[in-house]
Design a protein around this ligand. Structure first.
Ligand SMILES: [Zn+2]
Length: 108
């Protein structure tokens, strides 16, 4: 049975990302809830994603869906919900997201 997702506001999400990884969002690291792989926007850019595609994908889709051989193609939009985090925006809409990775990978 899937765990109940944690719900936070967009402001809390930004604050948590900055606290863990600093101000540059493309270096924020997220963790796939299925394979536990860690990925950043930079990783997606290195695969040829545009900056906006990279920032859309980094916290919603496992990078395994973009490279061969990882064996994981989890996304928050899949048939079976995998996310454990929901971000609520000021206008009331909410988005499922991958969780932040542990802050071990502090970036420049
Ligand atoms: Zn994965």
């Amino acid at each position: 049975m899937p765990a109940v997702p944690r719900v936070i506001t967009e402001a809390e999400w930004h604050a948590e990302g900055e606290r863990r990884f600093g101000p540059r969002q493309r270096y924020w690291a997220f963790q796939c809830p299925l394979c536990r792989g860690v990925q950043t926007g930079e990783d997606f850019s290195a695969l040829g994603c545009s900056p906006s595609a990279a920032s859309d994908a980094v916290d919603t889709a496992c990078i395994g869906g973009y490279v061969e051989g990882r064996g994981c193609e989890a996304t928050v939009h899949g048939l079976h919900p995998v996310h454990r985090l929901v971000v609520v925006f000021p206008d009331g809409h909410h988005e499922p997201r991958f969780e932040f990775a542990p802050a071990a990978r502090r970036t420049p």
